[in-house]
Structure formats: C-alpha cells, structure tokens
Design a protein around this ligand. Structure first.
Ligand SMILES: N[C@@H](CCC(=O)N[C@@H](CS)C(=O)NCC(=O)O)C(=O)O
Length: 224
C-alpha cells in the first residue's frame, strides 16, 4: 500500500517530503489541498494542525524532517543519507539550518505582508536573519553538484525546496533575489532547479504558485 502525503506544493515542508520520495523513486500518493493552508480540511487530522503529514497504514506521521527520516528507514535504497558519520551529520545540519535559520525568519515576515504600516525594524531584523542564514548554509554546503557531493541527500530535499520557496514571501519585501551572489549556494541553486529528477515537481510548484497569486490579485489587487 502506498504512503499517502498530504499538503500543498506551496509548502516547502510538503515539498521536502515530496522531493525525498522522488529522489528515492517512491510512489507516494499525493493528496493536494488548497494552497491557502488555513482552509485545508485535512489539517484537522494532523495533531499539530499543520501540513505535511503522511499516512502509512495505521501510522500517521507529521513534521517533514521526521517523515523523510522515516522514509529512509523504511525504504533504505536508494539512500539519501551519506555513508560516513561526518557527512551524515552535515546533511542533518543543512536541514536544521534550513528550518531554524532560513524558513523560520522567512515565515516570521508573513504577518508583515499585509500590515500597514509595516514595522520597518521587524522587517529589517528578519531580513538580516535570512541573509545570515543563507551565508551560514553557503559555508556549510559543498556542491558537487548536489549540495553535499555527487549524489542527492536529504539535505537537498530541504535546501532545494526552501530556495525555491524564498521569493514567494520575499518578493513582498525586497526587489533583489537574495539567492544571488553566494560562492556555493548560487551555483547550487542554478543546478538543482534544472535537475531532471525534480523537474516535474518544480513545474507543478510553479503552477500552484501562479494560480495562488492570481487568486490573491483578485482579492487584494495591487497589494497581492
Ligand atoms: N515544522 C513543520 C512545519 C510545518 C508547517 O509550518 N506547515 C505550514 C504550511 S507551510 C502549516 O501547515 N501551517 C498552518 C498553521 O500553522 O496553521 C514541518 O517541518 O513539517
């Protein structure tokens, strides 16, 4: 029986699990909810009220990083874990940096999107944190061409999806692409957005994003 994954391609956490399934060649059954997560009725089944979560028989599991580790344990081959302990720790470190030092400050900006007037100090604080997070990740990865070498790891599932997601929020605050200008991260982003294994997923993610932006434009006009 297939593992069922709930969420939306607009969520970087959902996409992390989706990408892990793709990189492992797993046939995950996707249950796609509305891009506006607040209106997703499936959230009621998740203990945290958040997506993503998976169902695998009787097991309901949530938290994206825990889910991808579960998929690794259940389906060890092909492995998305580096073989030696130090490299494996670095892969986990990249995922942790993405969660705590990149996506956390990105999401902290969300309440400011439609606040008028915005709190300039709060916005500046979170933008600085995002830049610091990107710099830390840039120091940590070693693309070759995947973010930690010749083969994809769980770090790629976290990082590629977070990098894709950034402009969805940051376009409200900065004109520049904050992914530009890094010695390792920028060429990595160039590589991974063209990686054949994720190509169809990136197309679906862009379609979902564009449809959502059209909805927002109807609702909020120029401020969408
Ligand atoms: N740490 C969680 C974060 C999940 C998360 O924040 N999901 C968002 C969508 S991107 C959500 O469901 N938000 C709804 C809410 O917080 O009410 C994970 O890694 O799965």
């Amino acid at each position: 029986m297939a593992v069922t994954l709930y969420g939306t391609p607009l969520s970087p956490y959902f996409c992390r699990v989706w990408f892990a399934g793709l990189a492992k060649g797993l046939d995950l059954e996707l249950v796609i909810g509305p891009p506006d997560v607040a209106s997703d009725p499936n959230r009621a089944r998740s203990p945290t009220g958040k997506i993503p979560f998976i169902e695998d028989g009787d097991l309901l599991l949530y938290e994206s990083e825990v889910i991808v580790e579960y998929l690794e344990d259940k389906y060890p081959e092909p492995s998305l874990r580096p073989t030696d302990a130090a490299a494996r720790a670095r892969s986990r470190l990249v995922s942790r940096l993405v969660d705590l030092y990149l996506l956390a400050p990105v999401h902290a900006l969300v309440p400011q999107i439609r606040t008028t007037p915005r709190d300039a100090a709060v916005v500046a604080h979170h933008l600085d944190a995002i830049k610091a997070g990107l710099a830390r990740i840039d120091d940590t990865v070693e693309p070759g061409p995947w973010c930690l070498g010749a083969a994809p790891t769980l770090a790629d599932c976290a990082l590629a999806t977070a990098l894709w997601y950034l402009p969805n929020i940051l376009r409200h605050f900065v004109d520049d692409d904050l992914r530009d200008g890094y010695a390792r991260l920028t060429p990595y982003w160039d590589f991974v957005q063209g990686a054949p294994v994720f190509a169809e997923a990136f197309v679906e993610m862009a379609k979902t994003r564009d449809a959502f932006r059209r909805d927002l434009a109807e609702k909020y006009g120029a401020q969408a």
